[in-house]
Design a protein around this ligand. Structure first.
Ligand code: GDP
Ligand code: MG
Length: 301
């Protein structure tokens, strides 16, 4: 199965909830009136697009309908799909891997950081990159074990220290290893326990500082992993991490587990951060670089 089919499959719940909801509205209205807009508003909000983004979409839609004097219901649907695609495209930038790259992956426990790192490593290994993993979640030994299983599966190197050791030291060693072994990419896992917020944020800041100091010339991506099934809660996580870590992008996981895939629209709009990868399942190839056009096609076609 190609990735587009995997994406479509993974988004089956969202298609059944969000897309079918929108299609039903357009199937049930013959004329363009206020009630149509109200039903659309409700469906968007129920699909976790978020209040602000929903209002923005409807304002734009009303404006276009008025300006172009649209009376055909089906045409309004096309305009709606265009607006959503545009929002997703505004922040669609991909990852530049032409030079050496460091990706630091952050996020709260259980969102899918370690799993995503394994999948990203696999993706770049398959296109010929030499990848080193850094086991920066030193809080539990099991975290490094889990990353090591991925490293073995993918066939890439991993740098890990003992449980409880300093994550900054792990990152330092991974950087030296990457230099010695001429690796193209370091992907760094981090801890996500939020009950000790201040320490966690300090720890992340330290990792980033070490990376900047040891490899000033290397392009760094700080990616926040968000679990799509947590809905609006994901937005508050993005704010929290954004304040202290200078995020450059997002990874949205578990889109296969929710009918509310609309969350991606609100997140990319309100955070003004590009979505770099989307996860639609637990298999190694169920995470791929995000492409706005492809994503919109997968849910609307
Ligand atoms: P971490 O605590 O952030 O490192 O999270 P993990 O990588 O350990 O993942 C937590 C759970 O989420 C695991 O059971 C993963 O298999 C699962 N998971 C991660 N990404 C996806 C996804 O895109 N879809 C589904 N269905 N499960 C996922
Ligand atoms: Mg983990």
């Amino acid at each position: 199965m190609g990735f587009f089919d995997k994406l479509k499959n993974g988004l089956a719940k969202t298609k059944a909830g969000f897309t079918d909801g929108i299609n039903n509205i357009f199937a049930n209205f013959r004329t363009v009136d206020e009630e149509l807009f109200e039903e659309l508003e409700e469906t968007l909000i129920l699909s976790d697009v978020g209040f602000d983004t929903t209002e923005m979409i409807l304002d734009r839609l009303r404006e276009i309908v008025k300006k172009e004097n649209i009376t055909e219901v089906q045409l309004i649907k096309e305009k709606l799909v265009d607006i959503i695609t545009e929002i997703l495209s505004e922040n669609d930038s991909g990852i530049d891997v032409s030079g050496k790259t460091m990706i630091i992956v952050v996020g709260v426990n259980g969102v899918g950081k370690t799993t995503s790192i394994g999948k990203i490593a696999n993706y770049y290994k398959n296109i010929g990159k030499k990848v080193i993993l850094a086991a920066g979640d030193t809080f539990r030994a099991a975290a490094a074990d889990q990353l090591e299983i991925w490293a073995n599966r993918v066939g890439c190197d991993i740098i890990r220290h003992n449980e409880g050791s300093d994550p900054g030291a792990v990152v330092f060693d991974a950087i030296q290893a990457a230099k010695n072994r001429n690796a193209d990419m370091i992907i760094c896992d981090t801890a996500g326990r939020l009950h000790n917020k201040v320490n966690l944020m300090n720890e992340l800041a330290k990792i980033i500082k070490i990376a900047d100091r040891e490899m000033p010339e290397v392009k760094k991506e700080i990616l926040l992993v968000l679990d799509a099934t947590t809905g609006q809660n994901a937005l508050s996580q993005a704010k929290l991490f954004g304040q202290s870590t200078g995020l450059t992008g997002l990874i949205l996981t578990k889109l296969d587990g929710t009918a509310k895939g609309g969350v991606i629209i609100g997140i990319s709009n309100e955070q003004e951060l590009p979505v770099k990868f989307v996860g639609v399942g637990e298999q190694v190839d169920d995470l791929q670089p995000f492409n706005a056009k492809e994503f919109a096609d997968a849910i609307f076609s």
